[in-house]
Design a protein around this ligand. Sequence first.
Ligand code: 7PJ
Length: 268
Amino acid sequence: MREPTTNPRVMGIVNVTPDSFSDGGRFLDVGSAIAQGLRLHEEGADLVDVGGESTRPGAAAVDVAEELRRVIPVVEALVSEGVEVSVDTMKPEVMRAAIGAGAAMINDVNAFRAAGAIEAIASSKVDACVMHMKGTPETMQADPRYDDVVAEVSAYLVERARALEAAGVAPERIVIDPGFGFGKTLEHNVALFRALPAICSMGYPVLVGLSRKKSIGDITGRKVDERVAGSVAAALLAVQNGANLVRVHDVRETVDAIKVWRALGGDR
Ligand code: 7PJ
């Protein structure tokens, strides 16, 4: 088979949270989160994103000690098994501990705006994902408004990437993400998705996360555990439009879809 001209990577999601909306609390404890991470790795995830604080709309914040207790043992175990790990956190203390435990990426839905967050990552070698979010998880879905969602999100992502670069983070270490569903209606998400070719030409790798989200439910009319096909379609279209990384719950299905897309010439 000919060499791929693009090499999209698949990030599998592991939540270590009792209130995560799509896993319904099935992976509460550290042991089952580790098992889940290993399973996603075996299914072909290029990296596994471990999160200890739910950022679903309306979710309450988690304190540092609790987040460390949930996340760090999972990172240590997965890294020791050779899994590339990303950690989904907004907290500098968790970033530092995760980097110490061998994480390869910090994925911050708050784009390193917390005091000390940029410093926590700048002194390391790990990658940094900066995501756009309007408001906070508790309030973001209460009537979000933009004059021009694509222009505003793009400007924000460039501003945050530049802030990391100013602190010494090499541009190759930075990934940008429009943050689907984070202070956005379905219409906002659709406008951003349609602008992916432009967002992907901004000079940074792009991550897309739509897996099982409300927009997929709005489009298909499906409940959260029935959104696999819709989510795979979105991931594939994101890749086709230039996304370098897709963040998904359903790794096996997404990896299969990308294999077929590539074999049939989708990456031309
Ligand atoms: C995203 C995320 C996303 C990035 C979550 C969920 C909500 N990190 N963390 N991008 N979503 N970078 O998985 O539905 O879209 S948590």
